[in-house]
Ligand binder design. Structure first.
Ligand code: HEC
Ligand code: HEC
Length: 404
């Protein structure tokens, strides 16, 4: 009895806490298992989400609080880019394996590019809307004028340096110069040809092309639409301007840029323009990069976005290929609809719409960090500096021809 009691007395006081301990350990284990399970699920979800999903979402803002408080905007990414690497443009553009660039193909492509017979009423060549020298590869008009003086809905972009873009057209729907070059022929508001077969016939009817195709394609010199596309693309691959003051500076000529242009260059990186306009061709859609080529525009609402009616209605495009900024000072009017006549106004719009710099406060979301920027609007002097920098991206040769 005594022994039993002793044993019981010794054991009993410890039984309560031990039981509790076991419970606590069990609960902890359950939580651990749940936590690991959720983590695995989240990781699996993130893997399944397509690349670029979050950066697109992040630029969808603005977030409105209520009508009395100012609009809060969520800007796409990064404010500071102190370590941005500036690069010059190479002098040779890459070509597809099945269409190596040769001098004869380039010569043939040039003939085709300048040939007005390849439009329905024989009034327009590619060069009519992409005036290589007079308008630095564009046409100086808000929107393109096709056959029968029809007005298109988009601005003619320059063809210079398009060889370095991996997405073409304002909405990036073409993936190579070969693919792009066939679309204008049958576009009813551009060259208006009934079919691509008709284009081949217009080429075949001209004796000068027989010899030119023979020289460019040797044995297999029958005139086909694929070869027409290959020749035009080869010619375009030679339209390169790497003779800008910017290129000179990056290659080591310290005096190539003015003080104001240097200020603008630093601001261009610091304010985040390089988030989208980066690399030697100043475009996220260039061959030097393989990331997301498109961005929502306008990403934020702002005074200027409203002023120019840039917010698209429901059926309109909101996602655009990031354009190159080379020769941009020579290719106005600007934007996909050619609505803006001053480069400074485009920079203001970009700062407001793409970087949220028009509000009393902007939130800069990098994907993992959140910064708050107070009074972020760029001053007129800063806009002037950025414009001066953009002017340094103009080819010296093309500027001279334009007398600028
Ligand atoms: C009537 C005017 C017109 C003619 C003619 C024309 N284009 Fe264009 N071109 C445009 C317009 C407008 C765009 C932009 C269209 C869009 O994005 O939807 C464009 C886009 C392009 C682009 C893409 C540039 C970029 O930055 O993405 C290239 C390259 C091009 N054209 C080459 C040609 C070639 C080659 C021809 C002849 C076969 C030609 N164009 C004929 C008006 C024209
Ligand atoms: C979030 C991405 C993004 C950022 C940041 C951005 N841009 Fe743009 N930029 C675009 C897109 C997309 C377009 C094409 C808009 C359109 O017309 O549809 C564009 C167009 C332009 C154009 C007009 C090009 C032309 O040929 O008409 C200029 C100039 C320009 N940007 C300069 C700048 C400057 C300067 C900054 C910094 C203040 C900047 N961008 C910041 C995406 C961006």
């Amino acid at each position: 009895m005594r022994n039993n009691l002793q044993v019981r007395n010794l054991k009993e006081p410890e039984q309560g806490p031990e039981k509790e301990k076991k419970w606590i350990i069990t609960i902890c284990l359950i939580f651990l298992v749940l936590f690991l399970g959720i983590k695995v699920l989240v990781a699996a979800f993130l893997n399944a989400v397509p690349e670029g999903f979050f950066s697109l979402k992040a630029s969808i803002a603005p977030v409105r609080t209520n009508s009395n408080t100012p609009e809060l905007t969520l800007s796409p990414k990064v404010v500071e880019n102190k370590n941005y690497h500036w690069l010059a443009l190479p002098s040779v553009a890459p070509a597809p394996v099945d269409n190596p660039t040769t001098a004869e193909k380039v010569r043939l492509g040039k003939m085709l590019f300048f040939d007005k017979n390849l439009s329905a009423d024989r009034s327009l060549a590619c060069e009519s809307c992409h005036k290589l020298y007079e308008f630095a590869g564009a046409d100086g008009k808000p929107v393109a004028t096709g056959i029968n003086k029809q007005q298109g809905s988009r601005n003619s972009p320059t063809v210079w340096n398009t060889a370095f873009q991996r997405r073409l057209f304002w909405d990036g729907r073409a993936q190579s110069l070969e693919e792009q070059s066939l679309q204008p022929f049958t576009n009813p508001v551009e060259m208006g040809m009934a079919s691509l077969e008709q284009v081949v016939l217009r080429v075949q009817e001209q004796p000068k092309y027989l010899a030119a195709f023979k020289r460019a394609f040797a044995e297999e010199h029958d005139i086909t639409i694929e070869k027409i596309a290959q020749a035009i693309a080869s010619f375009e691959r030679t339209l390169i301007t790497n003779d800008s003051p910017y290129d000179d500076f990056v290659r080591g000529k310290k005096t190539a840029l003015s003080q104001q242009q240097l200020n603008g260059m630093a601001l261009f990186a610091k304010t985040g323009c390089v988030h989208c306009h980066f690399g030697p061709n100043f475009s996220a859609a260039s061959v030097f990069d393989s990331g997301l080529a498109f961005r929502i525009f306008p990403a934020n609402s702002s005074r200027l976005v409203k002023k120019y009616g840039l917010s698209p209605s429901k059926d309109q495009n909101t996602v655009w290929r990031v354009p190159s900024l080379r020769n941009v000072a020579l290719t106005g009017p600007w934007l996909h609809n050619g609505l803006i006549k001053e480069l400074s106004e485009v920079v203001r719009i970009m700062a407001q719409a793409q970087l949220g710099r028009s509000h009393s406060r902007a939130f800069i979301w990098s994907g993992t960090t959140l910064d708050v920027l107070e009074n972020p609007d760029l001053s007129d002097a800063q806009i002037g500096d950025i414009v001066a920098f953009l002017e340094s991206l103009s080819s010296k040769k093309l500027s001279q021809i334009r007398g600028e």
